[in-house]
Design a protein around this ligand. Structure first.
Ligand code: PLP
Length: 360
């Protein structure tokens, strides 16, 4: 077996222990004689799987009873529409633009109401989080929207905006369960799971119960109404059952790592190794503003396109794969999610040092 160090932004590396355990259970899940893939979502075995998954994510995030946990489909991108369709009571919302994903959500929301850009770092090519002290939140907005970790640019909100009581909606796709958070500061926290939690196909929405309303915008499809899924315990229709099963295993794995404080320590150690090297390097430099650096996505460049391409190709030959940066930033990006071991980042830094010596 030859596993690579996979630095993909998503779908991304999953814990090896989880994959091995799932492989063992592939043909016969705990004496049922079938795979979870083949199982009715109404069966007792699957009911236990989804209930345990919910219980464990509640433990990890310390989610109180007045929040609902929904396991949905359609990716993070479907939430770009579901959020305004369910929350825009007054047809007004504020968006903080920190990258392409926030912009896509903002554009989608404009179809349903007045979505205002309350702050933006687009002039800085989204290399930083805008100064939130200048945030001009509308007093009558139904929600304030952020993309908490910007996968493409490697920036993260280290302080949440003060929304003055207006519900905060956050896309946490690329920082889900990577460090402890105070869930009560959010109206909705949501994300696709394919970066930090499981296989593509599951979207987790954690939503404060008072934001789940039956009075959604006219024409909102049944499948896009939070209250429908909440009432059915995420089993209104056939859910992405196998994906939920893997998410459940990752939640257990995270609990074994010491929960979110435990994984945060590991993530900080990995990111520090890479950032410290980048700060000292005379060949490579990080592209995100230091104060806003993400623990999860680390974009960097040499400043020369041809050299960047040569580095990415040479790294891949050494089993360090998917390091090509997003086309809007160029260069490289190392995504070092929860399941990336320290050894993977160490191998990357060692390879970068060698490449630097040979090419400076
Ligand atoms: N939001 C963020 C922060 C992302 O990084 C991505 C995908 O990379 C998305 C949203 C879109 O997710 P999906 O493909 O699940 O719709």
């Amino acid at each position: 077996m030859s596993r690579v160090y996979n630095f993909s932004a998503g779908p991304a590396v999953l814990p090896e222990e989880v994959l091995q355990e799932a492989a063992k259970e592939m043909l016969d899940y705990r004496g049922t004689g079938m795979s979870v893939m083949e199982m009715s979502h109404r069966s007792a075995a699957f009911e236990t799987i989804i209930q345990d998954a919910e219980k464990d994510i509640r433990t990890l995030l310390n989610i109180p009873e007045d929040y609902e946990v929904l396991f949905l489909q359609g990716g993070a991108s479907l939430q770009f529409a579901m959020i305004p369709m369910n929350l825009m009571k007054h047809k007004k919302a504020d968006y903080i633009l920190t990258g392409q994903w926030a912009k896509k959500a903002w554009k989608e929301a404009q179809k349903y109401g007045e979505a205002k850009a309350a702050a933006s770092s687009e002039e800085q090519n989204f290399s930083c989080i805008p100064d939130l002290s200048e945030l001009s939140a509308s007093g009558d907005a139904d929600y304030v929207y952020i993309c908490e970790n910007n996968t493409i640019y490697g920036t993260k909100f280290h302080t949440l905006p003060d929304t003055k009581g207006i519900p905060l909606v956050a896309d946490v796709s690329s920082c889900f369960l990577s460090e402890p958070v105070d869930i009560t500061k959010y109206g909705i926290m949501y994300g696709g799971v394919q970066k930090n939690i499981g296989p593509a196909g599951v979207t987790i929405v954690i939503i404060r119960k008072d934001l789940i309303r039956e009075e959604v915008l006219p024409g909102t499809p049944t499948m896009m109404q939070y209250h429908v899924h909440a009432k059915a315990g995420s089993l209104y229709n056939t859910p992405p059952a196998y994906g939920i099963y893997i998410c459940g295993k990752v939640f257990r794995w995270l609990l074994d790592q010491g929960g979110l404080p435990g994984i945060q320590k590991k993530n900080q150690k990995k990111a520090a190794l890479l950032y410290e090297y980048l700060d000292d390097s005379r060949l490579f430099s990080g592209t995100a503003a230091k104060k806003d650096r993400s623990l999860m996505n680390v974009p960097f460049v040499t400043g020369e396109k041809e050299l960047d391409a040569r580095f990415t190709a040479a790294a891949a030959e050494h089993g360090l794969v998917n390091l090509k940066g997003h086309r809007s930033v160029g260069g490289m990006r190392a995504s070092i999610y929860n399941a990336m071991p320290y050894e993977g980042v160490d191998a990357l830094v060692t390879f970068m040092e060698k490449f630097e010596k040979e090419n400076r």
